[in-house]
Design a protein around this ligand. Structure first.
Ligand code: HEC
Ligand code: HEC
Length: 487
């Protein structure tokens, strides 16, 4: 049954998409600008100062034991992430011989039979990669952090959290959570800092020991690394199963490339120059005001105000006119349509906004061109934690018991699929907090949220509508979906 659905879904992707898949060590050039088709139009990847010779850049090289390269999970056609659709297409054609499905984290657990689709069900259905965090948590110097909560495995559909080798009670205790690959692009904004502290947990921003500079605390769902260098060291030993450290030269080459990649949806259905035309697309990202604070004079997505005049544009077809008007409305709804934000740690606590606070999408997603938050820090939207998360019987479920202060909103006992930031800090108050990421290139990288809970953009909007009891009309929902689809 499952396979019928898989094959039908693959027909949604325009021809040529498969040939854009970059294999480790394939060589060739990554063009300075290249457009990649997707179901909602096309995405652009721009390499500032490009093209890049892929044969000599370690980002594209199989550096470890499992034949994977960084590009295996950070593919241009998927906005430098990997969509669940791409994972299914790779499986259909190549099965577990494709390095994407490497047992270590491309399967539900390394000790499962690797030739069976069921063993890779989370990657195939939701594009999820296994992330194993040591328990108790350790800081970046390897010192054990004493957590202020106890964690138990309540449900273990993948078998990995109760596994004798990989589980919580194994000789090397670990918590396995399952997360979407985050985009490797637009980092000029992601790693910049504009603040000295993190208002969302009321603590100073950490200093990167390598550079001595403040770190943005904006990488990875649980902010377990501070910088791109620390991130790639972690990625090399886990995702690539590399046994030797990367050389200093390889690290610089990877970071240099990462900082030059910019991606955004470029055109909409039917080849209409949508976001590229209105927002300036990747050019505007590459040339935009550097830094986390971005261009504060330009409210997020205000570029699309120009599309409110689409009705007077005779060059457009009626369908294009209606679409542009809808996107322009969506941008206004994103900024202006308010609702009560409740029980979201990082926003309603400990900052002085109170609980609830009336605001809109832009309260959390306010960075011009990017849609992250200019203020650093993690937020609990409820996407990984009960009772707010949609039912996800395929994900592990943990019971957290706060040993000191109870959680301000969940109380003493919390049920979660992914404790998020709490796996880094060991603090009960951080359970369920996830680092926001940019809203660019969404059309190319479904599903959404760190645990892939929202299968499409409509499911994202429906989640917010339920979570905060917003009461969006059908039209408002569609306008928001259309906006998100052109970013
Ligand atoms: C098996 C798939 C896989 C491979 C291979 C892989 N990554 Fe990732 N990458 C991920 C996942 C999953 C995340 C998100 C992890 C999380 O949030 O905890 C991620 C996150 C990142 C991030 C953080 C982006 C952000 O905005 O937070 C960077 C940077 C990154 N990867 C770079 C690399 C580099 C460099 C390599 C090669 C050394 C690499 N990745 C190899 C899956 C992969
Ligand atoms: C209280 C803060 C907050 C508000 C308000 C908010 N968001 Fe979010 N948003 C987040 C956080 C935190 C995440 C990351 C959650 C995760 O990955 O599980 C997120 C993730 C997303 C994503 C998924 C991004 C991805 O790469 O998977 C989209 C799309 C999104 N938000 C759109 C919206 C829209 C539309 C609204 C208004 C209806 C909105 N957000 C309101 C905090 C917020």
């Amino acid at each position: 049954m499952k396979y019928v659905v898989l094959i039908a879904a693959s027909l949604l992707l325009p021809a040529g998409a498969q040939s854009s898949w970059i294999l480790p060590g394939a060589g060739g050039k990554l063009a300075a600008t290249q457009d990649y088709p997707n179901a909602l139009g096309s995405l652009r990847l721009q390499v500032q100062g490009g093209p890049v010779d892929m044969a000599s850049n370690p980002f594209f090289a199989p550096l470890g034991a499992n034949g994977r390269a960084c590009v295996t999970c950070h593919q241009p056609i998927n906005a430098m992430s990997v969509s669940a659709l791409s994972a299914r297409q790779r499986w259909q054609q190549y099965g577990d011989s494709d390095a994407l499905f490497a047992a270590y984290d491309g399967s539900n657990c390394p000790d499962l039979p690797q030739d069976k689709a069921e063993s890779h069900s989370l990657l195939l259905s939701k594009g999820l990669i296994r992330i194993a965090r040591s328990w108790p948590p350790r800081d970046l110097q390897g010192h054990v952090i004493t957590p202020d909560f106890r964690i138990e495995v309540v449900r273990d559909p993948t078998g990995c959290n109760t596994s004798k080798i990989y589980g919580l009670n194994s000789p090397n205790p670990q918590i396995s959570v399952f997360r979407r690959p985050r985009m490797v692009a637009n980092f000029k904004y992601v790693v910049a800092t504009g603040f000295n502290d993190d208002p969302k947990d009321g603590l100073p921003l950490p200093t990167d020991p390598l550079s001595g500079k403040l770190a943005s605390r904006n990488l990875m769902a649980d902010a377990r690394v501070l910088t791109l260098k620390e991130q790639m060291r972690d990625a090399a030993v886990t995702h690539l199963q590399r046994t030797k450290p990367l050389t200093a030269e390889q690290e610089s080459q990877i970071e240099d490339l990462e900082m030059r990649l910019f991606t955004a949806q470029q055109s909409g259905p039917g080849g209409d120059e949508q976001s590229g035309g209105a927002s300036g697309g990747t050019d505007a990202l590459a040339n935009g005001l550097a830094g986390r604070l971005g261009d504060q004079t330009r409210p997020v997505w205000s570029e699309y105000a120009a599309w409110a005049k689409a009705a007077d544009n005779p060059a457009l077809t009626p369908v294009q006119r209606a679409f542009r008007l809808s996107v322009a409305r969506g941008a206004k709804i994103f900024r202006d349509r308010t609702f009560l934000i409740t029980d979201s740690a990082g926003i309603n606590y400990p900052i002085g906004f109170g609980n609830p606070v009336r605001n809109s999408c832009v309260f959390c997603h306010n960075m011009s061109q990017m849609g992250m938050d200019v203020a650093p820090g993690q937020v609990d939207l409820g996407t990984t934690t009960l009772p707010f998360a949609d039912p996800q019987p395929d994900l592990p479920l943990f019971k957290i018991t706060c040993l000191g202060q109870p959680h301000p909103f969940y109380g003493k006992v919390i049920y979660t699929h992914d404790p998020g930031y709490a796996l880094t800090t060991g603090r009960c108050v951080d359970v369920g907090k996830i680092t926001l990421q940019s809203l660019r290139g969404l059309a190319a990288r479904a599903p959404y949220f760190s645990n892939g809970m929202a299968k499409d953009l409509r499911a994202v909007v429906d989640y917010y509508n339920r979570r905060y009891n917003i009461g969006y009309t059908e039209q408002e929902k569609q306008d928001l979906v259309n906006l998100l689809s052109v970013l």
